[in-house]
Write a protein that binds this ligand. Structure first.
Ligand SMILES: Cc1ncc(COP(=O)(O)O)c(C=O)c1O
Length: 380
């Protein structure tokens, strides 16, 4: 059953970044929040905890490791040891703390641009050196530059920070690609930190493969940082997971301060337990709506703005649209904002090569998407 987006008038009363980031005459399709109502089991546990004034400090939460492990087995046939699942505030905090545990300031950390902009911020915050090996672009197809990556691995790289599945490309790394990263990482002593926050959102015929599950080498070299927050639309609840697969990595992560766990939120942690245990039906409905919206946007663009090029993403709810054919100058998103009063994410924040792209949020209603395309047309 598809999940219907809440009406625009109701969404406009929301207090989050998506609805406060711009004045009310702007239609916001930027930050990755959904317009969908949160799953009933999540609402129920939150209501229950609030009505019982159950909002104290976090203790240990064995339910969370167990719930994530069961979810991973059901969805990806991945065997996760519940004891190797750690709690942290959000994926950003998790990435920074794992970087701190695996690097010294000045160490080299690899990313592949274009990439979710906070990878640049996490690297800066950790005071490590950013190395970028961009994807090889061929039209709308982006492929991994393994030759360049191996050279960098061989040059004393400490960490490869992966965005898997990939935001903003909507790309899912194949099992072969991930196995190759693992093999190379083992050979050259690199740690792979895989941000898998979009993992539960693979669109129907596509398979998401968790990095740690691909091979014994991946289990040895890898750490996963993930969360229920993106797939279940609860980013404000501040709860995410750091997962390892080998005793050695588990021990290495024990170096992290205890506060990494305690700075999370009790509401977020128990909401995540419910999401992983009881959210499958809602998730399938959300994916079905996203997929249908992805096709709807394609039809809208093909008919009204054929110079804008875009392929249905393999994962998640972010359309990655090439608007270079529209000739809108250095930052097309700014033209859409100023002339059309519609807010997308600017491609340039993900990497210099992506300046002619915009990222459009698909987790909304058909009417919002239709209005967004109207506004794009009006911008020209
Ligand atoms: C790839 C990726 N990682 C992390 C985040 C942010 O996660 P958090 O809010 O848990 O820090 C996002 C948000 O869109 C994302 O796309």
């Amino acid at each position: 059953m598809k999940i219907e987006a809440l009406p625009l008038a109701e969404m406009r009363t929301h207090r989050s970044e998506k609805w406060r980031g711009f004045p009310s005459d702007v239609l916001p399709l930027f930050v990755a929040e959904m317009d969908f109502p949160v799953a009933q089991p999540i609402q129920d546990i939150l209501m229950q905890m609030i009505s019982h004034s159950d909002m104290g400090y976090l203790s240990s939460i064995p339910e969370l490791g167990k719930a994530f492990s069961d979810f991973s087995k059901r969805h990806w046939n991945w065997d996760v040891n519940p004891e190797y699942v750690r709690l942290c505030t959000d994926v950003g905090v998790g990435m920074v703390e794992v970087l701190r545990a695996t690097t010294q300031p000045g160490d080299k950390v690899l990313v592949n641009s274009p990439i979710y902009q906070n990878f640049y911020n996490w690297i800066k915050e950790t005071k490590v050196e950013l190395i970028d090996v961009p994807f090889i672009q061929n039209g709308l197809n982006w492929s991994v530059d393994f030759d360049a990556i191996e050279k960098i691995y061989a040059s004393g790289l400490k960490v490869h920070a992966l965005c898997s599945p990939h935001n903003p490309l909507g790309r899912i790394y194949s099992r072969e690609e991930l196995s190759k990263f693992a093999q190379l990482a083992k050979k050259y002593g690199v740690v792979v930190i895989s941000d898998e926050i979009h993992g539960p959102l693979a669109l129907s015929e596509h398979e998401f493969v968790p990095f740690l599950s691909v091979s014994p080498e991946a289990a040895e070299v890898g750490i996963c940082v993930t969360s229920a927050s993106k797939a279940f639309n609860i980013a404000g609840l501040k709860s995410a997971l750091i997962v390892s697969q080998s005793a050695q990595m588990h021990e290495l992560l024990a170096k992290m301060p205890m506060s990494v766990h305690y700075r999370s939120s009790i509401l977020g942690a128990f909401a995540a337990v419910e999401a992983f245990n009881k959210g499958d039906e809602w998730l399938a409905g959300a994916i079905s709506t996203i997929e249908s919206n992805a096709h709807y946007l394609k039809t809208l663009l093909d008919t009204q703005l054929p110079a804008a090029k875009y392929e249905i993403p393999k994962c998640s709810y972010l359309a990655w649209v090439d608007v270079s054919g529209l000739g809108l100058g250095e930052d097309p998103s700014q033209v859409f904002l100023e002339k059309g009063k519609v807010a997308f994410n600017a491609g340039k924040i993900y990497g210099a090569s992506a300046s002619q792209f915009v990222r459009i949020n698909l987790a909304t209603s058909e009417s919002v998407l239709a209005e967004a395309v109207n506004r794009m047309v009006k911008s020209l």
